[in-house]
Design a protein around this ligand. Structure first.
Ligand SMILES: [Mg+2]
Length: 225
C-alpha cells in the first residue's frame, strides 16, 4: 500500500505508471488479507480518533464569561481561573477592559476566586489590558502547550483540580486546559472576525464541532457553525 502511495506522489508519475499497475495487481491478489486488515484496523482507528477528539470537548460551554457563576465554580472546588483574553474577555481588537469586565474581575475576586489572564498575544497587548485591572497575566503563552497553564496554576498556588480554564477556542484554550487536567469552559467568541492564525484554527474547530454535534456530545450551535 505504502509503495503505491509513494509512487503516485513521486514527481515522475508517467515513468511509474507501469510499476503502479503492477503493484495494484499484486495488491488485488492479496485483497482478502487486505480486507481482513482493514476490518481490524478501522475500528481501532475510529476509537483512537474519538479519544483524540475528546481532548477538544469542554466540560462546560456558556454564551459569555458573564454566564459563569463564581459560586458554582466554588461548589466544584475551583479556586482559580486561567482566562483567555482575545474574543473571550473583549473583542480581539479592543485594547482596554470594559466596565462589565472590570466588574466581572471584582466579582470573581470577591468570591475568593483568583484570575490569571493567559494569552497567546504579545506582551504589549496583554500588559496594556491586564495592568489597569491589577490582574496577573502571562503573554505569549503558546497555548495549547502546557507550560503557561502550569505556570499560572503554580503562581496561584493551586492544585490541578482547583483550576478552571476559560476561553473561546477549542484548539488552544480547551485542548490546553484538558491536557493540563483542568476544568474547561468554552465561551462563544465575542466577534466573528479574527487574526490570521485564529482564522485557520477556526476552520479546524468547525469540523471538530460538527463531529461533536453528530455524536450528540454538544447540543448548542455557534453563530458561524
Ligand atoms: Mg481567544
Amino acid at each position: 500500500m505504502e509503495s503505491v502511495y509513494k509512487l503516485i506522489h513521486s514527481p515522475d508519475l508517467s515513468v511509474n505508471v507501469e510499476r503502479i499497475l503492477f503493484l495494484m495487481e499484486d495488491l488485488l491478489k492479496h485483497n482478502e488479507i487486505l480486507y481482513m486488515m482493514v476490518k481490524e484496523i478501522l475500528p481501532l482507528y475510529k476509537r483512537w480518533s474519538e479519544l483524540m477528539l475528546n481532548n477538544f470537548l469542554p466540560d462546560e460551554h456558556v454564551p459569555s464569561v458573564f454566564d459563569i457563576d463564581p459560586q458554582e465554580l466554588k461548589d466544584k472546588g475551583i479556586k482559580g481561573v486561567i482566562t483567555d483574553l482575545d474574543n473571550t474577555l473583549v473583542a480581539w481588537d479592543v485594547p482596554d477592559a470594559t466596565e462589565e469586565i472590570k466588574a466581572w474581575f471584582k466579582k470573581m475576586n470577591s468570591h475568593g476566586i483568583q484570575v490569571t489572564i493567559a494569552s497567546n498575544n504579545n506582551e504589549a497587548r496583554v500588559k496594556l489590558f491586564s495592568e489597569p485591572l491589577d490582574a496577573t497575566f502571562i503573554h505569549s503563552a503558546r497555548k495549547p502547550l502546557s507550560k503557561a497553564f502550569k505556570k499560572a496554576r503554580k503562581q496561584m498556588k493551586l492544585n490541578k483540580n482547583e483550576v478552571a480554564v476559560i476561553g473561546d477556542q477549542l484548539l488552544t484554550d480547551v485542548l490546553g486546559g484538558n491536557s493540563a487536567g483542568y476544568h474547561t469552559i468554552l465561551v462563544v467568541p465575542i466577534v466573528e472576525t479574527d487574526g490570521f492564525v485564529t482564522r485557520f484554527n477556526r476552520k479546524i474547530e468547525r469540523r471538530i464541532l460538527d463531529w461533536m454535534r453528530r455524536k450528540g456530545k454538544i447540543t448548542w450551535q455557534r453563530r458561524d457553525g
